[in-house]
Ligand binder design. Structure first.
Ligand code: CP
Length: 332
């Protein structure tokens, strides 16, 4: 295994093997499996869980890691290899990425969506350039279009919670948020649930439809795994019989790249905060998931987060176990 980037490249069987290995490493630690190995981590955007869980994962397997980020006094990066660098930028990623990769046995990179142009972000062009420059085993730690490490942890969490794959009713719900957020988590969550073979409802108000290409791919992945995908704009109807609701906010695809228009549209959507009432028609044991960080009282109420339905801390812990499994496969 050379990389964690596209869930569909890992395949459903490959992901099942990874989440099984994560469980094995949790039960039977291997503190010397990656002795002498180094993981290089390049964060071009903020992180709590991804950074801490990757560093903890390497330490628990006996390896080491280092983090490079713009707020750590690095030279200002230029992302266009063809640029004439006579302005503020002092170091081009054409050199920075292979240099960082040369210090490690694998490189993880986080680079969020620019959120200017939907097609550009869906193509993940800036991230693909970095990936090509790496030349070493590679980990996507969230790009414009994808967050596969989050999805591996979420798959493991659904297994841990006993939520069935076949016949499991999974609601991916848009929620209120003060800012238009990238599509990466929502897109990969949908792919993950589809590959797991679940009965998925994408719940979103008008204007927040996920991109057609993402929905079409999810439909194909679900068909191949015996699942299904449909859409709804009615929380009460969508939540009927649900085993799990995965809350996430994302930018309006109708107004992508136009934050003012997006904010005007969401001004009328303040009711899209998950609260106890959302679970009225769900299964009694319906669980609440979110990738974190989460805005209490906006995305979801504190009562839901602090209540027995919430699996958010479990999800975050599983980041470490599933990433340990991926690193074990890539480097041991
Ligand atoms: N879920 C997630 O990726 O969290 P961080 O942004 O804190 O890494």
């Amino acid at each position: 295994m050379r990389e964690v980037h596209r869930l569909e490249d890992l395949g459903a069987a490959g992901i099942r093997a990874l989440v099984a290995l994560a469980g094995r490493l949790r039960e039977r630690p291997e503190p010397r499996a990656l002795e002498g190995k180094v993981l290089a981590l390049l964060f071009l955007n903020p992180s709590l869980r991804t950074q801490a869980s990757f560093q903890a994962a390497m330490s628990r397997l006996g390896g080491g890691s280092f983090v490079i980020a713009p707020d750590r006094f690095i030279h200002k990066l230029e992302f266009d290899p063809a640029a004439v660098m006579d302005g503020e930028t002092a170091e081009n990623i054409a050199e920075a990425v292979p240099v960082l990769a040369s210090y490690g046995d694998a490189l993880g990179v986080r680079m969020f969506a620019a959120q200017r142009d939907l097609a550009e972000d869906l193509a993940d062009e800036r991230f693909e350039l970095i990936r090509r420059l790496c030349g070493k085993p590679f980990l996507n730690m969230e790009s414009a279009a994808r967050h596969p490490c989050q999805s591996l942890a979420d798959w493991r969490t659904l297994d841990d919670l006993g939520i069935p794959a076949a016949g499991g009713r999974f609601v991916l719900s848009w929620t209120n948020h003060p800012h238009p957020l990238p599509l990466a988590v929502a897109s990969d969550t949908l792919r993950m649930a589809a590959m797991r073979g679940m009965e998925i409802t994408v719940l979103r108000p008008e204007g927040y439809e996920l991109p057609e290409s993402v929905m079409a791919q999810a439909g194909q992945l679900a068909s191949a795994s015996g699942g299904s995908v449909r859409e709804s704009d009615d929380p009460a109807e969508a939540m009927e019989g649900a085993h799990a609701v995965y809350a996430k906010s994302w930018a309006s695809t109708r107004h992508y790249g136009d934050p003012e228009a997006d904010l005007a549209l969401r001004a009328g959507l303040s009711g899209w905060t998950v609260d106890g009432g959302w679970f009225a028609a769900a299964r009694e044991d319906c669980r609440f998931l979110h990738c974190l960080p989460v805005r209490r009282g906006v995305v979801v109420t504190g009562a839901v987060l602090d209540g027995p339905r919430s699996a958010v801390v479990h999800q975050a812990e599983n980041r470490m176990w599933t990433q340990m499994a991926a690193l074990h496969r890539m480097l041991s």
